[in-house]
Write a protein that binds this ligand. Sequence first.
Ligand code: NAD
Length: 522
Amino acid sequence: MSKHGPTAMIAAYIDGQWQQGSTALPSLNPADLRDEVGVFADASKDQVRQAAYAAKAAYKSWAATPAPVRAGMIQNFGRLVEANKEALARVVAREIGKPLREALGSVQEVIDTANFFVSEGRRLYGQTIPSEMPNKECFTYRRPIGVFGCMTACNFPVAVPAWYFIPALVAGNTCVWKPSEEAPLTSYFTTELWARAGLPKGVFNTVFGAGPTTGAAMVELIDEGVFDKIGFTGSTEVGRRIGAACGRALQTPCLELGGKNPMIVCADANIDLAVDGALFSGFGTAGQRCTSLGNLILDEKIHDQFIERLIKRTQTLRIGEPFSAENTYGPMISKRFLDNHLGHLSTLIAAHHELPLGRGGHIGHGVEWAHFDGDAKHGLYARPNIVLNVRMDDAIYSTETFGPLFNVLKSNGIDQAMEMANRHGYGLSSAIYTNDPQTIYKFKTEITAGMSSINNSTTGAEAHLPFGGNGKSGNGGRQSGIWVLDQFTKWHAINWDMSGKLQLAQLDTAYVEPDLNFRIKM
Ligand code: NAD
């Protein structure tokens, strides 16, 4: 155990102390499974409960700390992340196989989010509101919610947690984080950075562990009433269960779930630009983004020429080592994702589908890729796949595949393209390539997704723009920017009567009646 140094069998960070566990949770480098990145442990239900109670005990004093002082600790965290940017990005690249360039970008997103919310500590504005009575004032205040429990996905192990914890802490909540079991080392270092930012003990707690064990314990504790707010970023399937538990507790969680993101390419589009967009949306991060391209919808007038260029460009993609700047993508995050991807290739492909790049998915295991520099024997690499002739009644049309695979549908004009973009019921991201303002207006008003790009890829986020989805992609909550504050504060309305008598709204209000007998006469 000691081979992993100070992180061996760590299960939790509770009330300012690291705690050990007993069930091993190994983390393997997906580019080379012989490289054990760390061995952590599942936090038990009892440890999760301890973490929640530590957060509860710390809450009152944290909520009473002036918001600019809380925000000063967010600034400290941002500075610490900045000072460790390269090292943290390298841990991400090694632990989940994200290309280093992208890993650096996701650490930058943490810094940007911290920078944005530092000044929010000097706002958190409420309102002064006129009363309908004399000598009376009305106000609103943003109040923190309480203990925030949060479970996060594997593919953005630093940025997505930062989207939650930075605003939650600025707003005065205390936190329990269950990070992804696929990224415990990244989460360990992130917790270390929070620990050094100056937060009082118990304000930020981490419980490591797998979904069915520690994650399930978090959900059981929702029923015990220890959390006041839940955030969940992950699959739609698990999100449904978490939403149901929160419903029983009469809470509204923040659910950020899967996607089946459409990209429409119209007949007038700049084809080369759209091919670039489709390639990065579809294959960037090996398709393992919630915003990855799911359904490419090509107008029939340009379908064949687009596919020809797309195939040619895809064949030139470089795949392999996450640390090589040349590669478009690295390995799948873990064996679970490679297996899912191979499963989709065997169960979701129908007789009428065409796979112009060939069948099969696991590089080095019956599949070769011309521009590959990874270790095929010990790494979890998948080749790109494009599925043509997909129809709206195919299972693959409405299944999030979360791998280097996307569908192509042929549309007959924008009305049919919009139907294809929306019918599957996901509503996270979307894109259109066209230069026609009328078509853009139709797309903007009819798309059901929470985020849309015009002449840009389906992926990408900025720290000050709302991020989130609708339908099967989430319950309408938004992260980032000022909008996320509604997740972490509840509005408190105050009225202050200085009249010295009981004044009843509506009943004692001095409304004046008009002279309704008046008629204009010419
Ligand atoms: P996942 O649903 O398997 O796991 C997410 C988190 O939930 C992890 O911490 C996991 O341990 C936990 N979990 C799993 N099963 C659980 C259970 N039964 N009870 C409680 N907790 C449980 O998701 P993933 O595979 O890590 O990530 C991929 C998914 O996340 C994709 O669907 C992707 O689209 C989605 N995602 C969404 C966003 C977004 O912002 N909308 C961002 C990133 C990823």
